[in-house]
Design a protein around this ligand. Structure first.
Ligand SMILES: C[S@@+](CC[C@H](N)C(=O)[O-])C[C@H]1O[C@@H](n2cnc3c(N)ncnc32)[C@H](O)[C@@H]1O
Length: 276
């Protein structure tokens, strides 16, 4: 890897694993370990360290996608790395696919999907609130460069959204995901997967029922728990604190409306769609 350059993001990491994401510039960074002149990082390599004026070592790492997501500028609840990895895997996301996501919020899932889809993939991100669409675009630009050609952010309501070509996968992270099922069901290829992330189990139940009424088979509904451990010469045991809950994941496959699970319930009301 090349040496660190002016303007690059670097993750300062203490020996105890405390991390600060900073931009290399001609300024001074301060924390409880002391002060560092950030310009001194230029020309150093990943894994080198700088010393604060109090003599503490701060290692220099290039931020991973997970580091960037944890330090994302945010105005909404975001999906965290533990669930992002799970969403990708159970959503069976692969390079080159065409994917639709809604809502976009601060863009943590957006960054993750863009990375997984690669340059030949296509991501269409639909967000109702213009200020969040702008924030997500800024967060994407910081990580993937401005306006990556494989990405489109649309400021629209997913319930009234339409596309010319169907997608391989749909990801939903909405307060009322069940109300988007009919609209996105029309946009997903037969055999395609819909993956929903919701914080409350009431949302999960209502969404699963709506899915089964509208041409989907619900494959699984689950949550992921992650427990960190403290490991050194003196101890190897679980940490004292743990994130007890983040959200539930539902994975559903689009089948034919004649599938055994699908009922004869009428499709939800539709309005004129936005076309992309
Ligand atoms: C929890 S945030 C999404 C967070 C995002 N997945 C992330 O990882 O950063 C939920 C978003 O859904 C958006 N939203 C709510 N209803 C919507 C709708 N009908 N159409 C499009 N976006 C919607 C909200 O404005 C909000 O930005």
């Amino acid at each position: 890897m090349p040496a660190f350059r002016q303007g690059e993001l670097v993750l300062l990491t203490s020996l105890k694993g405390k991390k600060w994401l900073v931009e290399i510039s001609d300024t001074t960074f301060s924390c409880h370990k002391g002060n560092v002149h950030l310009g001194d990082i230029e020309g150093k390599d990943e894994g080198d360290f700088v010393e604060t004026h109090q003599g503490a070592r701060l290692y220099l790492f290039r931020p991973t996608l997970a580091d960037n997501i944890l330090k994302l500028k945010r105005q909404t609840q975001i999906i965290y790395p533990k669930d992002l990895g799970t969403l990708l895997f159970y959503g069976d996301v692969a390079p080159g696919q065409r994917v639709l996501e809604s809502g976009v919020g601060s863009g943590s899932l957006t960054l993750t999907l863009l990375r997984a889809l690669g340059e030949n993939g296509r991501l269409i991100s639909v967000e109702k609130r213009p200020e969040f669409a702008r924030l997500a675009a800024r967060n994407v630009a910081r990580f993937h460069g401005p306006n990556p050609p494989q990405h489109l952010i649309v400021n629209a309501d997913i319930q009234h959204f339409s596309l010319r070509e169907p997608v391989d996968r749909v990801f939903l992270d909405l307060p009322e995901p069940w109300s988007a099922v009919v609209a996105v069901g029309d946009l997903l290829k037969r055999g395609g997967l819909l993956v929903n992330f919701s914080t409350n189990v009431g949302q999960v139940q209502q969404t699963c029922c709506e899915l089964t009424r509208n041409g989907f088979v619900v494959l699984s509904a689950f949550e992921m728990l992650k427990r960190n451990w403290m490991v050194d010469e003196r101890r190897a045991r679980p940490g004292d604190r743990m994130v007890g809950h983040s959200g539930f994941i539902v994975v559903a496959k689009k089948v034919s409306l004649e599938a055994p699970y699908a009922s004869a319930a009428p499709a939800a009301r539709r309005r004129q769609p936005d076309r992309v």
